[in-house]
Write a protein that binds this ligand. Structure first.
Ligand SMILES: Cc1ncc(COP(=O)(O)O)c(C=O)c1O
Length: 447
């Protein structure tokens, strides 16, 4: 190494130590041979220049997460009330899941389903017992779970219900969200999601959410093979249906020999204070889709569960995925599912109840007229006279709490479900302050 190169390296080392007290920088240096910068604004500029503009992130650059907290590159600490879009149910870097990750990654991470591996059999036995279904089909992302469910339902429609070839219909609800593939956007009612991505998937019908009369009418078409819906609509703004809706969905699907597909990708795994949101009404869908934090939020994983009479329409070669069922994700899933039942789900019910009660009692009703949700899946609606949920999000960030708007004028809060009372209280205080700032800024603007 030349003298000037050595000096350059030493200088970089000193600057790095000053800026970051973690091993993070040295590992970054190894993986990034090119020059990199550290400030939030530089990183945001770099990403905006080279990344496809398919998101509009809140302007904070996170470098580290632990439990319910994250830190930005300037070492500011935040409470994470989004948790990776309701994915990190047990928080960031859960120590026990992390240990399993390290161990399994060093033993065997991926084989493909070309062969058997020694973890997948344990996982499929564990998860089918856990959710009480005969079979599981492991996938990766949530939207693949949805695609899988629709494929299973269509094939069941032809082979079991005897719907004429290529005539099967799947019923969806308005304002659904199940991802970004062509099928998912074909069933979307959000123009931003579907516009100019046509032609769209045929055989999809839409009805209003939480409307059993509309469901009854739609299911009277003998070519309907399935009704797919979220037991609580997430992206639409945390829309909780009326009590009894899910029971009636079950009854109507039985009456018309139609499969009920419950998309529990966001609502499942304890998020609403029960293991599944359908558990609130003690009903069971024919096809269950779970995803998000199934593998502890460390790697993507989704799964579709059904009984033999439905799942057995899937035969070798008819469906698959290179990564689905890999030993790393499946082992993480076993650990995550076990940990969820060690108090986190009950915690979500208790903390969620407190969260909504405190918000209702302490937020000004003219600014925040609506607080709704179940367990740790909640939203508040912002009176548009005062500003937008985006404006409020920026105020929340300045107070030290991260979240993101969802559809309409709603702000969602989906923190880790194992968040403790002290952290929750800290979050509540930040929300009160942010709403105060938000409304007074608007007042100043008006004056
Ligand atoms: C209810 C629901 N279904 C499906 C999806 C899609 O999941 P993914 O983004 O992992 O494809 C989401 C994502 O937010 C969701 O909330």
């Amino acid at each position: 190494m030349t003298h000037s190169a050595r000096i350059k390296t030493m200088a970089l080392e000193i600057i790095s130590k000053q800026l970051f007290k973690h091993n993070f920088v040295s590992s970054l240096k190894k993986s990034f041979p090119v020059c990199y910068t550290h400030s939030s604004s530089d990183l945001i500029k770099k990403e905006s220049k080279h990344n496809a503009q398919n998101y509009q992130p809140i302007p904070v650059v996170i470098k580290k997460g632990k439990g319910s907290y994250v830190w930005d590159v300037e070492d500011r600490k935040y409470l994470d009330f989004l948790a990776g879009y309701a994915t990190l149910n047990l928080g960031h870097a859960h120590p026990e899941i992390l240990e399993v990750l390290k161990e399994q990654a060093g033993i065997l991470s991926h084989t493909s389903r070309a062969f058997f591996n020694n973890i997948l059999p344990e996982f499929v036995e564990y998860i089918t017992n856990y959710f009480n279904y005969d079979r599981v089909l492991p996938m990766n992302t949530g939207v693949e779970g949805g695609e899988t469910a629709v494929k299973i339902a269509r094939r069941w429609g032809y082979r079991v219900k005897k719907i004429p070839s290529n005539k099967a219909v799947v019923v969806f609800v308005r304002n659904n969200f199940w991802g970004r593939t062509l099928s998912a956007v074909s069933s979307s009612t959000n123009p931003t999601a579907y516009e100019d991505f046509g032609p769209y998937m045929p055989g999809f019908t839409l009805i209003p959410y939480d409307d059993t009369a509309a469901l009854q009418e739609a299911l009277s078409n003998p070519n309907v093979c399935a009704f797919m819906m979220e037991p609580i609509q997430g992206e639409a703004g945390v829309i909780v249906p009326k009590d009894g809706y899910l029971k009636e969905v079950r009854r109507l699907c039985d009456e018309h020999n139609v499969l009920w597909i419950a998309d529990e990708i966001q609502t499942g795994l304890g998020r609403t204070g029960r293991l599944l949101a359908v558990d609130h009404e003690e009903v069971r869908p024919d096809i269950l889709i779970i995803g998000k934090g199934l593998a502890g939020g460390f790697v993507p994983m989704s799964a579709v569960l059904a009984n033999d009479n439905v799942m057995n329409v899937i035969t070798p070669g008819s469906h698959g995925s290179t990564f689905g069922g890999n030993p790393l994700a499946t082992r993480l899933a076993i650990t995550t599912l076990r940990l969820l039942k060690e108090g986190a789900i009950d915690n979500a019910a208790v903390m969620g109840e407190k969260f909504r009660r405190e918000l209702r009692n302490n937020l000004p009703k003219d600014v925040i007229p609506i607080v709704r949700g179940r367990g740790m899946m909640n939203a508040i609606c912002v009176n548009p006279d005062y500003g937008t949920p985006w404006d409020l999000c920026l105020e929340l960030k300045d107070q030290g709490l991260l979240s993101k708007p969802c559809d309409g004028n709603a702000m969602r809060f989906t923190p880790p479900i194992n968040m403790n009372e002290i952290e929750l209280q800290e979050g509540l205080e930040m929300i009160y302050k942010a709403v105060k700032e938000f409304s007074s800024t608007k007042m100043q603007r008006r004056a």
